[in-house]
Design a protein around this ligand. Structure first.
Ligand SMILES: [Fe+2]
Length: 191
């Protein structure tokens, strides 16, 4: 049986959500499962390989994030099966179905790991927010609630990651502004 056949097949269940809606929700949840597995392993990759002066606090933070994602993997996969679907939870399934780009293997410094993870958490956060709207539309408020729980934590974790970068980003932005102002000053003075 091909993956496509399995992904649209539902096991018999007495749950009162219509099968047409459940097929769509199961496909969406399997996309989320793949992305969550991928994001968790990428976060572990950062946990193991981070170097630099902030090594220890980032090593611990990345492990905490990976632990939360591990919980979501189980919650998402079990929502698939509760809806009568088949959960695709292997590493190969995750690699072929994930919406995330592969991790960068040539980075060492803490800031670069934080940037790489921020980029990936942002993509994941967007996917989860879209899934809240989609499952609401399909009248599956329980799956929408699961997505909402994940969304709230992922937004918070994106903040935790980006807080490491924002001072430098603000300074870079101010630097650009002041350069622009310096360039404009002589022209303005001529008026
Ligand atoms: Fe560890």
């Amino acid at each position: 049986m091909s993956d496509n056949t399995i992904s649209s097949r539902l096991y018999p269940t007495r749950i009162d959500i219509p099968a047409e809606a459940r097929v769509q929700i199961v496909v969406l949840l399997n996309q989320t499962l793949a992305a969550t597995l991928d994001l968790k392993t990428q976060t572990k990759q950062a946990h193991w390989n981070v170097k630099g002066t902030d090594f220890y606090q980032l090593h611990l933070l990345f492990d905490e994030l990976a632990g939360e994602l591990e919980e979501y993997i189980d919650m998402v996969a079990e929502r698939v099966t509760a809806l009568g679907g088949y959960a695709f939870g292997t590493a190969r399934a995750a690699a072929s179905n994930s919406i995330l780009p592969e991790y960068l293997f040539d980075i060492l410094d803490g800031k670069d790991h934080v940037t790489a993870l921020s980029d990936r958490f942002a993509i994941y956060a967007k996917h989860i927010r879209q899934a809240i709207a989609k499952t609401n539309e399909l009248n599956d408020l329980d799956t929408a609630d699961l997505y909402t729980e994940i969304s709230r934590t992922i937004d918070k974790r994106l903040w935790f990651l980006e807080a490491h970068l924002q001072v430098a980003e603000i300074k870079a932005e101010n630097g650009k502004t002041s350069t622009t102002n310096t360039q404009r000053t002589p022209a303005a003075a001529l008026k």
